[in-house]
Design a protein around this ligand. Structure first.
Ligand SMILES: Nc1ncnc2c1ncn2[C@@H]1O[C@H](COP(=O)(O)OP(=O)(O)OP(=O)(O)O)[C@@H](O)[C@H]1O
Ligand SMILES: [Mg+2]
Length: 273
């Protein structure tokens, strides 16, 4: 009984610290999808930098326990600074404040944890990260509609869920689930991004309708949520992701960077509505 009371007090104290840390952040965005590999992390990284280029103070939180890819994608290595055991400071890369759950989980090992352990780790992480004053925090989540999304949603209270899909029917099917999950979680604003929407040929720059286009927009209409835009599949985008040089910074004239610029404008308008 006493043990149970101690645990309850510990959880309350943890929730208080999460609240304190998030109190400095005006808008919080959760990026997720029903399906893996559709470009959530790519969207989270480039959206964050695109918002930063609009002179906003932006943070990027990598809450993907099973595959924390953000450090690789933004070119960050090493450990974040720890003020003490319970205070981790985000790292700063090209003006963006970035923190990943990666250092908290075993390196190069699969995370074979059940839901409660994954949720507990995320909660502890959220309680320990000390954010500065921010205009927007973008959170990258693992694929699917599992415990992590539930935990992040309950703890950080995002005002906007961005659900990433690719144009294929199998992805759209999972995307519908993710939209409906965001509705069930009562996230006030829900929006869809269609990624890999047309392939830009690296030789002739023609757009090839590789996976199809338009399914994301139609689905957003059907489910009565906002459609933010279509991001093409572009060789530089993949290279930049692998090299840790986000495409919106490295190739600001590319179709992808131009599209992210439009999408981040739409995001700001949506948040301010
Ligand atoms: N529009 C694009 N053009 C070219 N490559 C892309 C594009 N979007 C994503 N990719 C590439 O596809 C791969 C998967 O993207 P990403 O890691 O962003 O997906 P994810 O949804 O976060 O995956 P996971 O579900 O594993 O977290 C990466 O190599 C990335 O660089
Ligand atoms: Mg990812």
């Amino acid at each position: 009984m006493a043990e149970q009371r101690d645990r309850m007090a510990e959880m309350q104290e943890q929730d208080q610290r999460i609240e304190q840390n998030l109190a400095m952040i005006k808008y919080r965005i959760a990026v997720f999808s029903g399906k893996g590999g559709v470009g959530k992390s790519t969207v989270a990284v480039n959206l964050a930098y695109s918002l930063l280029k609009k002179k906003l103070k932006v943070g990027l939180l990598d809450a993907d326990i099973t595959g924390p890819n953000i450090p690789q994608m933004v070119g960050l290595s090493g450990m974040p600074e720890m003020m003490d055991q319970h205070q981790i400071l985000p790292q700063i890369k090209d003006g963006l404040r970035v923190i990943s759950i990666a250092p908290m989980i075993p390196k190069d090992q699969p995370v074979i944890w059940r839901g409660p352990l994954r949720s507990g780790t995320i909660s502890q992480f959220l309680a320990d990260v000390v954010w500065d004053e921010l205009d927007i925090l973008v959170t990258d989540l693992p694929p699917g509609t599992g415990d992590e999304i539930l935990t992040v949603s309950q703890k950080i209270h995002p005002q906007l869920a961005i659900i990433v899909t690719t144009p294929q029917e199998v992805s759209l099917l999972d995307c519908r689930r993710a939209v409906n999950m965001a509705k069930k979680l009562s996230i006030p604003k829900i929006a869809v991004v269609e990624n890999m929407s047309g392939l830009i040929c690296p030789h002739c720059s023609e757009t090839i309708d590789f996976f199809g286009t338009g399914g994301g927009e139609q689905m957003a209409k059907d489910l009565d949520v906002t459609f933010l835009g279509r991001i093409p599949m572009e060789k530089q985008s993949r290279e930049c992701g692998d090299n840790g040089t986000p495409v919106v910074l490295e190739y600001p004239q590319s179709q992808t960077a131009i599209t992210f610029n439009e999408i981040s404008g739409n995001v700001i308008n949506l948040l301010k509505k």
